[in-house]
Design a protein around this ligand. Structure first.
Ligand code: DGY
Length: 321
């Protein structure tokens, strides 16, 4: 009998996904869901042919250099791959895959939640009730911003950005976007393309970030670009915390230049940014954009589809390195 490839699954996944992995692979699971340190990750990878990690495992150049020869593939349970040094993996001939498409709906839902939570002062209202401080009501109480009919700016009109645009159209919002490449008309669906990020941010009543974190995009929303946003605008980030200069964002929120922010991602995770979380006009979530039952199963299955392809000697459908 041919032995099954040995697979390390670094985090606790959906039961359906673990069941399929256990059926098709000689799988090692992490039932207590402990987060591996870099040295634990390297040690755990020594006896495996493949690893199925999440964005919580850092595959730096040093970690990749210490992986065993037998390890052929890193099949991520994430669309983002900024936790992996892709060139180091490519140099060692290790295949890297991700899970596009399957989390676009869930992430776009969270972007809309962040937009509405920020615009309608969701965090502030929530705190008032939870801390038993709701003492009065009047027409001037907790007045927020209406998003209907406003301009929804999208930085990164990829898969998630396009679904977010579709959801925002449900609020009659006018869609603006910046991408390096303008989309063809059938994908643009009337959205207004901006050749520069500066032009996009200046035209956004709500600016929603949907680009990956790469050396080109880290810190892309800095003090200057925040300053270009219209007074009273809202920033939404469901992509990666590293896209934003968080100190500059705090300043823009505290000065009143921005009305609010809705954030699902932070430069430091877990934990977030306490200066931002303390502000009344910031609606925060703990990186749960793709955290729905349906999407977690789909992500796990997509990662397994990639593994299956590699071990069947085929091209992995979602190869990124
Ligand atoms: C992703 O897939 O990149 C999400 O952020 C969850 O890891």
């Amino acid at each position: 009998m041919v032995s099954k490839p040995r697979l390390l699954v670094t985090r606790k996944l959906s039961p359906e996904v673990e069941e399929r992995a256990a059926h098709d692979y000689d799988a090692i699971f992490n039932p207590d869901d402990q987060v591996f340190t870099s040295s634990e990750l390297v040690a755990a990878c020594q006896q495996v042919d493949a690893v199925l990690p999440c964005h919580s495992e850092m595959f730096t150049a040093n970690v990749i250099a210490a992986l065993p020869e037998r390890l052929r593939v890193i099949a991520n349970h994430s669309v983002g791959v900024d936790h992996i040094d892709l060139s180091a993996a490519a140099a060692r001939g290790i295949i890297v895959t991700n899970t596009p498409d399957v989390l676009s709906d869930a992430t776009a839902e969270i972007a809309i939640l962040c937009m509405l939570g920020a615009a309608r002062r969701g965090a502030e209202g929530n705190r008032l009730l939870r801390e038993n401080r709701w003492a009065s009501w009047s027409p001037s109480f907790m007045v927020g911003r209406q998003v209907t009919g406003k301009r929804f700016g999208i930085l990164g009109m990829g898969r998630v950005g396009q679904v977010a645009a579709a959801r925002a159209r449900g609020f009659d919002m006018e869609i603006h976007y910046h991408n390096r490449q303008r989309l063809p008309p059938d994908q643009e669906e009337g959205a207004i393309w901006h050749e520069t990020i500066e032009s996009l941010v200046a035209a956004s009543d709500v600016l929603s970030l949907h680009c990956p974190a790469t050396p080109d995009t880290i810190g892309v929303i800095d003090a200057e670009r925040l300053d270009l946003m219209p007074r009273g605008a809202i920033l939404v980030n469901t992509a990666r915390g590293s896209l934003v200069d968080e100190d500059a964002l705090c300043d823009a929120l505290q000065s009143g230049h921005l009305f609010a922010a809705g954030l699902d991602v932070f430069r430091t995770e877990p934990g977030g940014n306490l200066r931002l979380s303390a502000l009344e006009n910031v609606f925060v979530l703990p990186h749960i954009g793709s955290a729905t039952f349906e999407t977690r199963i789909a992500m796990g299955f997509r990662a397994l589809d990639n593994l299956d392809a590699v071990f069947a000697g085929c091209d992995a459908p979602d190869r990124v390195a």
